[in-house]
Design a protein around this ligand. Structure first.
Ligand SMILES: [Zn+2]
Length: 105
């Protein structure tokens, strides 16, 4: 089995935007300076799993509009831009693993 790091919802709207969380901001240095470099050095796969909603997504009824597909709010924050070869999942629900929409950078 291959080890994997999953970077979950480190998109602009969750970190600095519509529904920003201070906790997300606090983990940026650890991710950028420790975890992701260690993953690179040890050939550990990195997958970014990101919210990316369509207007009809029912989750928006609860949380309001956020991380809308194709907008800056749904993009990974600049500090953690995925590197070439990393995998990104963009999904409009909390079920990334059930309906992945994967792209490779
Ligand atoms: Zn959402």
């Amino acid at each position: 089995m291959t080890d994997t790091v999953i970077v979950l919802d480190m998109v602009n709207d969750f970190v600095t935007g519509e529904i920003a969380a201070e906790r997300a901001q606090r983990i940026i240095p650890t991710l950028r300076e420790d975890l992701l470099p260690a993953a690179r050095e040890n050939d550990v796969r990195v997958i970014y799993a990101n919210d990316a909603h369509r207007p009809e997504d029912t989750e928006l009824d609860v949380w309001g509009e956020h991380a809308m597909r194709g907008t800056e709010g749904a993009e990974v924050i600049p500090e953690l831009t995925p590197e070439e070869g990393m995998t990104c999942s963009k999904n409009g629900s909390m079920t990334h693993s059930m309906r992945p929409d994967l792209t490779h950078t």
